[in-house]
Design a binder for this molecule. Structure first.
Ligand SMILES: Cc1cc2nc3c(=O)[nH]c(=O)nc-3n(C[C@H](O)[C@H](O)[C@H](O)COP(=O)(O)OP(=O)(O)OC[C@H]3O[C@@H](n4cnc5c(N)ncnc54)[C@H](O)[C@@H]3O)c2cc1C
Length: 277
């Protein structure tokens, strides 16, 4: 018996026209010979510089977040054209260059307009890197038990504590940081979320070696943060964090592969599917 399985992706003419534009642009701008070790270790400064340059170039086109509104640094494109950009980037065989971006929808929901302009716009333009700093040495699955604390000091807050197993291959500009804002309030209703400038005095970042690679440890020692870096209300941190974790830990119905795995399976099936068994 002979099986014929068809895996064809029909494209519209506008997608194919756009593909030519994207391919030309990528060939001119992409760091084609770049190889990034897959083990999660911090990247060497020269690799970081090259990748960041490329991210900025992509971002200035609006192609880092193609479907997002232009006013926040996106490309304002429809999903069909956004797909073309992603396919063309994958065709180049570039390594994953992703930033943690789950905080962005959260700021769009709970942030002020000023915070959207301050944090979302440069992130979507590829100008900034943000790490998600929730986990702590003694608070993993039981995230509500974190100890890092922000104490009000006039208009500012002073943050003290530690965050561990934080993912980040590129040096960060911001730390999206979950903290206790009032230890006397009930669990989960005592937390706030700050966008902390990662270059603030009092922040020390070290590397934690793991069997599977490495992650980062962040110590915050008396880090002064302006009150307008608090996103949402002072005790809304848990609600905001949960909306991010829902997406991160299983909410997404579809996640495009960053390393070409899905595409290679698709390619394999295209060639093997029609063969007699
Ligand atoms: C590669 C990597 C990248 C990460 N990146 C980030 C990041 O960017 N930002 C960030 O904030 N965090 C990050 N983390 C941290 C991650 O969120 C935590 O590792 C995770 O929440 C689990 O916490 P834990 O490792 O302390 O495990 P634990 O909480 O100690 O759990 C260990 C085991 O015990 C089980 N367990 C725990 N409590 C119970 C219970 N009450 N009953 C039954 N079973 C239980 C768990 O299911 C698990 O199997 C990262 C972790 C890794 C490994």
């Amino acid at each position: 018996m002979r099986w014929t399985i068809q895996f064809e992706r029909p494209y519209t003419q506008s997608q194919q026209d756009f593909r030519i534009v994207v391919r030309d642009w990528l060939l001119q701008h992409s760091p084609g010979d770049l190889r990034i070790p897959p083990d999660g270790s911090p990247l060497q400064p020269e690799i970081q510089t090259r990748v960041k340059e490329f991210r900025r170039a992509l971002g200035s086109q609006g192609w880092l977040a193609p479907t997002w509104p232009k006013q926040y640094g996106g490309g304002g494109l429809n999903p069909a054209l956004a797909e073309v950009i992603q396919e063309e980037i994958q065709t180049l065989g570039l390594p994953a260059m992703g930033d943690n971006s789950r905080w962005i929808p959260a700021i769009m929901v709970w942030g002020t307009e000023d915070q959207k302009q301050r944090y979302v716009l440069p992130a979507l333009r590829g100008e900034t890197i943000t790490w998600q700093a929730f986990n702590e040495p003694n608070s993993g699955s039981d995230l509500a038990s974190i100890q890092t604390q922000a104490v009000a000091d006039g208009e500012d807050f002073l943050i003290n504590g530690q965050k561990s197993f934080i993912t980040g291959r590129f040096d960060p500009d911001y730390l999206w940081t979950l903290v206790v804002t009032n230890p006397d309030r009930p669990r989960r209703l005592n937390l706030g979320l700050f966008m902390v400038d990662a270059n603030s005095p009092g922040i020390t970042i070290t590397t934690q070696r793991l069997l599977t690679g490495s992650e980062r440890k962040v110590v915050l020692d008396g880090v002064r943060v302006s009150g307008d870096c608090l996103v949402g209300l002072r005790y809304q941190g848990w609600e905001i964090a949960q909306s991010i974790l829902e997406e991160e830990r299983g909410g997404a119905a579809h996640r495009p592969s960053e390393d070409g795995t899905v595409e290679s399976i698709h390619e394999y099936l295209r060639h093997e599917g029609g063969q007699e068994r």
